[in-house]
Design a protein around this ligand. Structure first.
Ligand code: HEC
Length: 159
């Protein structure tokens, strides 16, 4: 069914208009009001999109890149570093049992001994071949965990 402005009565803009402004749809019998209301509802939809997209991008920016959310003070193996290897599935391949490539990451002494290899393995400096980017087959370790590992090394690899 079409109204006298040639619009299908099920038109989305009209629906949004009707829901948002609880007026009677018949108010549109005046062309001027109709056009103004249509503009308002288009603006409303644009604003909604704007709000939605800015929410999403803010979230992404705030996650691990914000150094303020990342505690790197007084790092210890037991309190901060051991969980990195559990959280990122390193132990699937580098436990005492599996020991892939001779690397064991389930105890303090072994992590201390391999620290100089672990840091580039998780931070992927330019030129790191894909096969050396840990965890193999998994997403990169978060920037915060990488920063915490570096801080732990700089702070003398505390147990
Ligand atoms: C799916 C199995 C798998 C997972 C998960 C995995 N690794 Fe590895 N890792 C390997 C393999 C295979 C190698 C040998 C790569 C090579 O030398 O080509 C390796 C090598 C290494 C090395 C030695 C790199 C070098 O320079 O020789 C380190 C350090 C390492 N892994 C740390 C980690 C850390 C830390 C994690 C977790 C963030 C992790 N791995 C997760 C399979 C895995």
């Amino acid at each position: 069914m079409k109204d006298k402005w040639g619009n299908k009565s099920g038109c989305i803009i009209r629906k949004v208009f009707c829901v948002v402004y609880v007026f009677d749809c018949r108010i549109k019998k005046h062309l001027f009001t109709f056009v103004i209301m249509k503009l308002i509802s288009i603006l409303f939809i644009l604003t909604l999109f704007q709000m939605l997209s800015s929410c999403v991008s803010n979230k992404e920016e705030d996650l691990p890149k914000n150094p303020n959310n990342c505690d790197t003070l007084a790092m210890s193996y037991a309190g901060d570093i051991a969980s990195l290897f559990k959280n990122n599935r390193c132990l699937d391949c580098h436990s005492s049992q599996t020991a892939t490539a001779g690397i064991i990451l389930d105890n303090y002494q072994s992590v201390v001994n391999n620290a100089d290899k672990i840091y580039p393995a998780i931070s992927w400096p330019a030129g790191t071949p894909p096969g050396k980017q840990m965890p193999v087959g998994g997403p990169k370790v978060s920037q915060c965990e990488i920063d915490q590992f570096a801080a732990w090394m700089n702070q003398g690899k505390q147990p």
